[in-house]
Design a protein around this ligand. Structure first.
Ligand code: GDG
Length: 752
C-alpha cells in the first residue's frame, strides 16, 4: 500500500459502496467535511473510513476491488461487519456517547458489548492508519466514534502528528464522569497533539475532566501528557458559504423558489430542517408552535410550519420512539387547529435534494432552530447564507454552539415554550430593514469563517503544535556538542541541579527512601565533582536529612527546603525565620484536610509545611487542594509566607525562602564562567529566570511545557546522558567511595 502524509479519518467515507443487482456500486456524497478536506493543501492525502457495506457479504475479490476502486478516489476502506456496526456505531457511539454528551443521561445505556466493539473497531482504524501513513504524517481524526483512536495510533506510530476534532459537545465533568470508561476515553484522546472543539466551553469541559479524573492540570488550554504537550482549543466549524450563494443562481433552485412563492403566497413560512434526533428539540418545537396558535389565533391560516426531519440512526430504539411521538403530535396539532383547506404543520420525514433545501432557506420567513443541545448546528448558518433579496429571521437555541457566532439571531431557551412563542411573534413583526441588517451582519462573518478556513486553521495549528512538540528548545546535536566544549574549556564551573523530576524520575510516594539516588546518579555526580574547579549544587525542596543521607560521601553543595538550609563544605547553615511560630496554626488546618482526605499526608520540614496528595483520587484531590489553598491564603493574608500549589502538593513556606535566592548566592560565591542549571517544575522556573540574563548560564528544563529555560530535554535519563557526555574522555564514571547500600544507621534515621 502506498503511504500518505495527510490522513483523514471519519466513520463514513465520502464514497459509499452498496450492492445493486449483485454488483458493487459507488456513490459519492459531498458533505461539509469533504469540502473542508478537499481544500487542504497537501500533495498526498488519503481518507480512511467505513465504506458502508457489511464486510460479511464481501468475497476476498470484492474487498480487493473496493480497495482498488476507492484508492482512485483518495479513500482507504476499513471493513466492518454488520454486527460491529450495530455494537460500535449504533451501540457505543450512538446509544452511549451521543446521548450522554448531549446531556440525555436517561437515554444513554452502557452494555459491555458496546464498549468491547468500540475498542475493536477503534483498533481496526488504528491499524489502517498505521498502514497508510508515512512515518511523519499528519493524521486528522473526526468525531466521537474514535475517542480511543489518537492513543491507539500513537502506540503504533509514536512519530505521527495527530489531530482530533469533536463535532458534538464535550459535556461538563459532572456528566462525563458518568461514563464507565471515562478514564480510558480521556487517555485515548490525549494521544492527540491538538484536540479541537466547536466552542471554548467544550474545550474547558474536557480540560476540567482531565484535571479531575486524571489529575492532569492545564495552563492556557495546554496540558502535558506522557512527555508531550496536548492542546485543546475551539475551532468553530463553518459552511461552504460560496456554495450556498452559487446555488441561489442555479436553474433548479430558482424553479423551486418560484414554486414556493406560488404555493405559499402571502402565508408566512416557518421552516425547520434537522436530522430526526432527540437532541434537536423537535417535540419541544411542536409544543411551542401549538402554544403560538393558541395564544395568537390571528395567525391561524396565515402561518405554516414546514418541518423537514431527515431519517437518522433508524436502528436505535430512542430514534424509533421519537419518530412515533413526533408523528402523533403533528397529527394532534393539525387535528386541533387545522381546517379542511389548511393544516398548520407540514411534516416531511425524508431527505430533500440540496437545490430544494436552499430554495426553502431562501424563501422561509423564519428559521426555527431549537436544539436542546447541539455541538454547533450548521442549518442555522446555511439559512443565513442562503438569504439574498428576501428577508428572514433566525430563531436559535442558546444550547447550540452556533449561538456564540450569531448574536444577531433571536435566541431562545428551547425548554421555555413561551420564549419560543415570543421570539416567533417578534420575528413575524420585525421590520424588513431590521431583518436584513441582522442577516448582513451574520453573513459577513459566515463568508470568512468558512468550512474551508476551518480545515486550514486546524491543520495549521496542528503543524505549529507538532513543531513545538518536545519544544523548539529541545537540545540539538550541535547545541550539545557546543555545550560539552564550553564545559570542558571553562576554568570554573558551577552546576546547579534540582533533584526530584530532574535527576530522578518521580516516584509515587513522597518518602525519601523510595526516591533515593540510583547508582547512575551517584556515578554522574561523582564524576562531576572529581573535575577540578567544579562545584555541583543540589537545590531541592527535600529536607536536610534526606539530602545529606542521599549524597553521603559526595562533595556536593546542598540546598535543602528550597534554601532554608544550605550546606557548604560539610557544614549546614539555617536561615533565620519566624516560620516555626506559624507552624501550629497551619498544621491545624492541614490536619483537618488529612482527616477528610484519604491518602493525603503532611510533611513537616523546619521551614515549610507540605500537604501531599499524590495518592488521592484526582477529583477529590483537586477539590481539596483548592479549598486548602483558599483557606490557608485567607489565614495567612498579610504575612510574609507564601502558599504554593505544586506537583501534587500544597506548600507553605516563608516568602524569602526560594530557589531563586539560592541561585543568586551560588553564582556570587563561585563566580564561574560556566553555569549549568537544570530543573523540572515551577520552583525551578524561578532559578531559570534569575539566570536568564547571564550569558554564561545554560538553563535546561527536564520535560515539556512552557519554560524560561533556554533548552529542554525529555526526561531525567536524558539529562544524566548529557552530564555523562560532558566528562572528558579520560575520566571514568566510577562509583563514589561509599557503600552501595544505604547504611542501616542512616536507614533508621530516615525512617524516623
Ligand atoms: C453534527 C453535530 C455540528 C439536513 N436535512 C437535509 C440536509 N441536511 C443537512 C443540513 C446540514 C446537515 O444536514 C445537518 O448539520 P447540523 O450541523 O445541523 O447537525 P448534525 O447532523 O447533528 O451534525 C452538529 C455538525 O456535526 C458539524 O460539526 O454542527 O452540532 O450534531 O448541513 O443542510 N441536506 C439535504 N437534504 C436534507 O433534507 N441535502
Amino acid at each position: 500500500m502506498s503511504k500518505f502524509s495527510t490522513v483523514i479519518i471519519s466513520n463514513r467515507l465520502p464514497v459509499s459502496v452498496a450492492r445493486k443487482d449483485g454488483k458493487l456500486v459507488y456513490e459519492a456524497s459531498s458533505g461539509g467535511l469533504a469540502t473542508a478536506m478537499s481544500s487542504l493543501e497537501a500533495d498526498d492525502k488519503i481518507w480512511i473510513g467505513w465504506p458502508g457495506i457489511d464486510a460479511d457479504t464481501l468475497s476476498d475479490d470484492e474487498r480487493q476491488e473496493i480497495i482498488d476502486e476507492l484508492k482512485k478516489q483518495g479513500c482507504f476502506p476499513v471493513f466492518l461487519t454488520a454486527k460491529e456496526v450495530e455494537l460500535y456505531y449504533e451501540g457505543y457511539a450512538n446509544d452511549t456517547l451521543w446521548p450522554l454528551f448531549h446531556y440525555f443521561q436517561n437515554v444513554a445505556s452502557y452494555p459491555l458489548e458496546y464498549w468491547e466493539a468500540y475498542q475493536v473497531v477503534n483498533g481496526k482504524f488504528a491499524d489502517a492508519a498505521a498502514e497508510v501513513s508515512t512515518h511523519d504524517a499528519r493524521v486528522w481524526i473526526q468525531d466521537y466514534h474514535f475517542l480511543l483512536l489518537p492513543g491507539l495510533i500513537r502506540e503504533r506510530s509514536p512519530g505521527l502528528t495527530i489531530g482530533f476534532f469533536l463535532h458534538i459537545p464535550f459535556p461538563s465533568f459532572e456528566i462525563f464522569r458518568m461514563l464507565p470508561q471515562r478514564k480510558e476515553l480521556l487517555a485515548g484522546l490525549l494521544g492527540a497533539d491538538v484536540i479541537g472543539f466547536h466552542v471554548y466551553d467544550y474545550a474547558q469541559h474536557f480540560l476540567d475532566s482531565c484535571r479531575r479524573l486524571l489529575g492532569i492540570p492545564s495552563s492556557n488550554g495546554t496540558l502535558e501528557y506522557e512527555g508531550r504537550m496536548v492542546k485543546a482549543s475551539a475551532y468553530p466549524i463553518g459552511i461552504d458559504y460560496a456554495k450556498f450563494r452559487a446555488q441561489l443562481d442555479t436553474r433548479e433552485t430558482k424553479a423551486a423558489l418560484k414554486q414556493l412563492d406560488e404555493s405559499y403566497g402571502k402565508q408566512k413560512l416557518i421552516l425547520s430542517v434537522d436530522r430526526l434526533d432527540y437532541s434537536k428539540g423537535i417535540p419541544e418545537r411542536l409544543e411551542a408552535f401549538r402554544l403560538l396558535l393558541e395564544e395568537y389565533p390571528e395567525y391561524l391560516g396565515k402561518v405554516k410550519l414546514l418541518m423537514i426531519a431527515v431519517p437518522s440512526r433508524t436502528g436505535v430504539k430512542a430514534y424509533q420512539e421519537l419518530r412515533n411521538e413526533i408523528e402523533m403530535t403533528v397529527s394532534r396539532i393539525n387535528g386541533t387547529y387545522g381546517t379542511v383547506e389548511w393544516a398548520p404543520i407540514s411534516y416531511q420525514f425524508q431527505n430533500r435534494p440540496f437545490s430544494e433545501i436552499v430554495a426553502l432557506y431562501a424563501h422561509a420567513d423564519i428559521m426555527l432552530v431549537t436544539p436542546i443541545r447541539d455541538g454547533m448546528n450548521l442549518v442555522a448558518k446555511e439559512y443565513v447564507a442562503s438569504k439574498r433579496r428576501k428577508g428572514g429571521a433566525l430563531i436559535l437555541s442558546e444550547m447550540a454552539g452556533a449561538i456564540d457566532e450569531m448574536p444577531e439571531a433571536l435566541s431562545i431557551n428551547p425548554n421555555n415554550a413561551k420564549s419560543v412563542v415570543s421570539a416567533i411573534h417578534e420575528a413575524l413583526s420585525m421590520s424588513m430593514h431590521e431583518q436584513k441588517q441582522r442577516l448582513t451582519a451574520m453573513q459577513k462573518r459566515l463568508s470568512v469563517v468558512t468550512v474551508q478556513n476551518w480545515g486550514k486553521e486546524f491543520m495549521y495549528d496542528l503543524e505549529v503544535t507538532s513543531t513545538q512538540q518536545g519544544s523548539i528548545k529541545q537540545l540539538s546535536l550541535t547545541q550539545r556538542q557546543r555545550l560539552v566544549t564550553r564545559y570542558r574549556t571553562a576554568s570554573k564551573r558551577l552546576i546547579i541541579l534540582d533533584y526530584d523530576g530532574t535527576l530522578r524520575s518521580f516516584v509515587k510516594t513522597p518518602s525519601p527512601l523510595a526516591a533515593a539516588p540510583t547508582l547512575r546518579i551517584r556515578r554522574v555526580l561523582k564524576a562531576l565533582t572529581d573535575q577540578p574547579n567544579t562545584t555541583v549544587a543540589i537545590v531541592s525542596g527535600r529536607t536536610r536529612r534526606a539530602l545529606s543521607s542521599w549524597f553521603v560521601g559526595l562533595p556536593v553543595v546542598l540546598a535543602a527546603e528550597h534554601g532554608a538550609w544550605k550546606r557548604y563544605d560539610r557544614k549546614w547553615h539555617e536561615v533565620e525565620s519566624e516560620f516555626k511560630k506559624d507552624k501550629k496554626r497551619i498544621r491545624a488546618v492541614m490536619d483537618k484536610y488529612v482527616s477528610r482526605t484519604h491518602g493525603s499526608e503532611i510533611e513537616e520540614k523546619d521551614h515549610a509545611l507540605v500537604w501531599h496528595y499524590v495518592n488521592v483520587e484526582p477529583d477529590v484531590a483537586y477539590k481539596r487542594a483548592m479549598e486548602l489553598h483558599h483557606e490557608l491564603t485567607e489565614l495567612l493574608a498579610g504575612e510574609d509566607v507564601t502558599v504554593n500549589e505544586g506537583r501534587n502538593i500544597v506548600e507553605v513556606k516563608p516568602s524569602f525562602v526560594a530557589k531563586s535566592n539560592v541561585v543568586r548566592e551560588l553564582t556570587q560565591r563561585y563566580k564561574a564562567d560556566f553555569v549549568l542549571c537544570a530543573g523540572d517544575d515551577y520552583t525551578d522556573e524561578d532559578m531559570f529566570r534569575v539566570l536568564q540574563d547571564d550569558p554564561s548560564a545554560l538553563t535546561i528544563k527536564v520535560g515539556s511545557g512552557d519554560t524560561a529555560a533556554r533548552h529542554s530535554v525529555g526526561k531525567p535519563a536524558e539529562l544524566l546522558g548529557l552530564l555523562e557526555e560532558m566528562q572528558p574522555p579520560s575520566s571514568t564514571l566510577l562509583l563514589p567511595s561509599v557503600p552501595k547500600k544505604i547504611p542501616r544507621k542512616i536507614l533508621r534515621w530516615l525512617r524516623k
